[in-house]
Design a binder for this molecule. Structure first.
Ligand code: 2BA
Length: 110
């Protein structure tokens, strides 16, 4: 058995959960926050049999789109005191999805 941990964008999460449920997967949704953008994203926990892994990853890939986002970082200002920083816009491409697959030693339900 495997546990899939999939970090996806909030915009894709409802459609992905509906798709996964319709295909018979069990899904738990966690509201999470990305460390870099410090913006909300969604983490899904999906427990499944090994032979369903490719189907699961394929569904995630089909539903989740990558998007560009502008964020601001700071850079040191030349010619000023060393503790002065200026805001600086950067563009990042946010997944798709970030997927971790873990082997499950034991699965128990009461
Ligand atoms: P965030 O950490 O908010 O990152 C959002 C996007 O910002 C990333 O998209 C990436 O394109 C960019 N980014 C992240 N760190 C960066 C850095 N140090 N410099 C420049 N750009 C950077 P994704 O790679 O698609 O990641 C989307 C979200 O997936 C992340 O949100 C984070 O919540 C999660 N994630 C990604 N890689 C992870 C990992 N190795 N472990 C745990 N969570 C991860």
């Amino acid at each position: 058995m495997k546990l899939v941990i999939a970090i996806v964008q909030d915009e894709d999460s409802s459609r992905l959960i509906t798709t996964m449920m319709n295909e018979g997967f069990g899904v738990t949704k966690l509201a999470t926050t990305g460390g870099f953008l410090k913006a909300g994203n969604t983490t899904l926990l999906i427990g499944l049999e090994d032979d369903k892994l490719d189907t699961c990853v394929g569904l995630i890939e089909k539903v989740c789109k990558s998007r560009r986002q502008i964020t601001t970082t700071t850079m040191p200002m030349n010619g000023t005191a060393s503790n002065m920083y200026a805001p600086y816009p950067i563009e990042v491409t946010v997944g798709g999805a970030t997927i971790f697959v873990m082997s499950v030693d034991k699965f128990v339900k009461f």
